[in-house]
Ligand binder design. Structure first.
Ligand code: MTE
Length: 311
């Protein structure tokens, strides 16, 4: 059965962080200074910049994970199961032209061209924690806008209870799809109120540039209070349904990967504890926060629910 292995990160994979460990520079970020000053010039020489207005409502009081780690330590099984496989194998992914088909229980089903989608609302920069089910985490400056902006446009019907996300299915571009490590295409899902929550980000970029392919170009979701696998990459379809969707990870390991998958330090994974996590680039493990630190914002979505049963 395809499963995540909770392997510790070898020291060789942990990048030193001369740039971001500098406290003064970090304070500059906190004070709102341009990220550009902190990034390697190569990032800014490229023509794949993406501007986003910082939204101070969405930040965390922790250091950013270096760009190099965010873009070289990835899970994207369509390009292999190793952490460095996506960066090695995703270079050829054709991300234009690209469309996202929005269908199902909506009054206005539509096929959105990527450029149209990106202009639907103002792109913001939001600094979110991303906590992987494997017990490592990152802090990333994402670029995008609330998925709710798109949902409002397509007008869900009264029957729309869930939202399914479907990633690209093309084995000719995605070598990992020649194996059956997961049921392809990669599918994920949210309850509609989770999808409408302002934190749920339709994401086009990170660190001031368009998403690198290994991070899910050209469009993905980021759901920061849930384990990282809920944040589907390289999305081509969004479907509104009455029934709870069956996700690729639920098919792969029903006792290990639930539909909700809210970050919860008190509910262990079937094979390991979720109480602590290793922030990529740090040596000591830190305590995992309830709902990944977004408890104030999202706890009300789960009032009265047994979070152990609904893992
Ligand atoms: N989306 C697709 N299509 N395929 C995947 O394998 N992996 C998930 C998620 N989205 C995955 C995916 C997992 S397990 C994690 S932790 C995050 O992507 C990692 O996102 P990042 O590489 O940008 O940090």
């Amino acid at each position: 059965m395809p499963v995540y292995k909770p392997t510790p990160i070898p020291a060789s994979e942990i990048t030193p962080r001369p740039l971001f460990n500098d406290r003064r520079r970090f304070m500059q970020i906190a004070a709102g200074a341009s990220l550009a000053a902190l990034l390697p010039p190569s990032v800014w020489a490229a023509d794949n910049k993406l501007a986003g207005v910082k939204n101070p409502a969405y930040t965390v009081p922790e250091e950013l994970t270096p760009y190099k780690d965010v873009t070289s330590y990835n899970n994207f099984y369509e390009f292999g199961t190793g952490k460095d496989d996506p960066a090695k194998n995703a270079g050829g992914l054709k991300t234009r032209p690209w469309t996202v088909t929005v269908e199902g229980e909506v009054k206005k089903p539509q096929v959105f061209d990527l450029d149209t989608l990106m202009k639907m609302a103002a792109i913001e920069e939001r600094i979110y924690r991303l906590r992987c089910v494997e017990a490592w985490s990152m802090v990333v400056p994402w670029l995008g806008f609330s998925l709710a902006e798109l949902i409002k446009q397509v007008q869900p019907t009264g029957k729309a209870k869930f939202v399914e996300f479907i990633s690209l299915n093309d084995a000719s571009q995605m070598p990992g799809q020649q194996t059956s490590v997961l049921a392809w295409p990669y599918r994920e899902g949210l309850r509609i109120d989770e999808a409408m929550h302002p934190l749920t980000l339709l994401t086009f970029g990170l660190y001031g540039e368009l998403l690198p392919n290994q991070n899910g170009a050209p469009v993905r979701v980021v759901v920061p209070w849930k384990y990282g696998f809920k944040s589907a990459k390289s999305i081509v379809g969004i479907r509104f349904t009455e029934q709870q969707p069956v996700t690729s990870w639920m098919l792969a390991g029903p006792s290990e990967y639930g539909f909700y998958s809210n970050v919860n330090p008190t509910v262990d994974h079937a094979r390991w504890s979720q109480a602590k996590e290793r922030r990529i680039g740090e040596f000591f493990r830190r305590k995992t926060l309830m709902f990944n630190g977004y408890e104030q914002e999202v706890a009300a979505l789960y009032t009265g629910m047994d979070l152990k049963a609904n893992f």
